[in-house]
Design a protein around this ligand. Structure first.
Ligand code: GAR
Length: 210
């Protein structure tokens, strides 16, 4: 069974969606490790609830971003994963770290990329008066939230929406998207080929839409 390592920082609802999919047989993978840069993250409790002893690697204990990323890579590689999954991992990664996992690291981002890379995506979509918002799964490359998008799902924005209720509507989509995209990867169907993602060998000119 392909092994994945999930990196988290916070609530861990995407982690839970992945663990549920594995448990129910909808995702043929094994979560070999869950690693959080925040020891207090609820995601670690969720991992424990699924019988996984999460690991905490506190970034504040390291002198530099490079030193933290080197320690993180050692912790990940000890598990020999086929895929590294960023699930609400709220750290900017060094180029060396990104290159080490190039083509074998996915992220989920709460916007319809290329719209709204970075933070506060829900508030920004509302401030712009956007009609649609959503989430994207992409390969991680050196460009922040700029790697090839493989899968997106959208939700309508309704009058009276707040960043909070929009975020929870988008999270429901995320929980469908991520197990699906991870499943493609571990089945060998999804690859990073140069600057493009391919699914079943066919370049994804546009992201797959759920
Ligand atoms: C999710 O909305 C995820 O897309 C986002 O953080 C949330 C984590 O929720 N990630 C980013 O913003 C990455 N820059 P979770 O901890 O409940 O999965």
């Amino acid at each position: 069974t392909p092994r994945i390592v999930v990196l988290v920082s916070g609530e861990g609802s995407n982690l839970e969606a992945i663990l549920d999919a594995v448990r129910d047989g909808r995702l043929q993978a094994r979560v070999a490790a869950v690693i959080s840069n925040r020891p207090e993250a609820n995601a670690l409790r969720r991992a424990a609830g699924h019988g996984i002893a999460g690991e905490a690697l506190d970034h504040r204990a390291y002198v530099s971003r490079e030193a933290f990323d080197e320690a993180l890579a050692r912790a990940i590689d000890a598990h020999r994963p086929e895929l590294v999954v960023l699930a609400g991992f709220m750290r900017i990664l060094t180029p060396a770290f990104v290159n080490h996992y190039l083509g074998r690291m996915l992220n989920i981002h709460p916007s319809l990329l290329p719209a709204y890379p970075g933070l506060h995506t829900h508030a920004r979509a509302l401030a712009d008066g956007a009609e649609r918002h959503g989430a994207s799964v992409h390969f991680v490359t050196a460009e922040l939230d700029g790697g090839p998008v493989v899968l997106q799902g959208w939700v309508p924005i309704r009058t009276g929406d707040t960043p909070e209720n929009l975020a929870s509507r988008v999270l429901e989509v995320e929980h469908c998207l991520y197990p699906l995209a991870i499943g493609w990867f571990v089945a060998g169907r999804l690859r990073l080929d140069g600057k493009r993602a391919t699914l079943d060998g066919i370049p994804l000119e546009r992201p797959w839409q759920l």
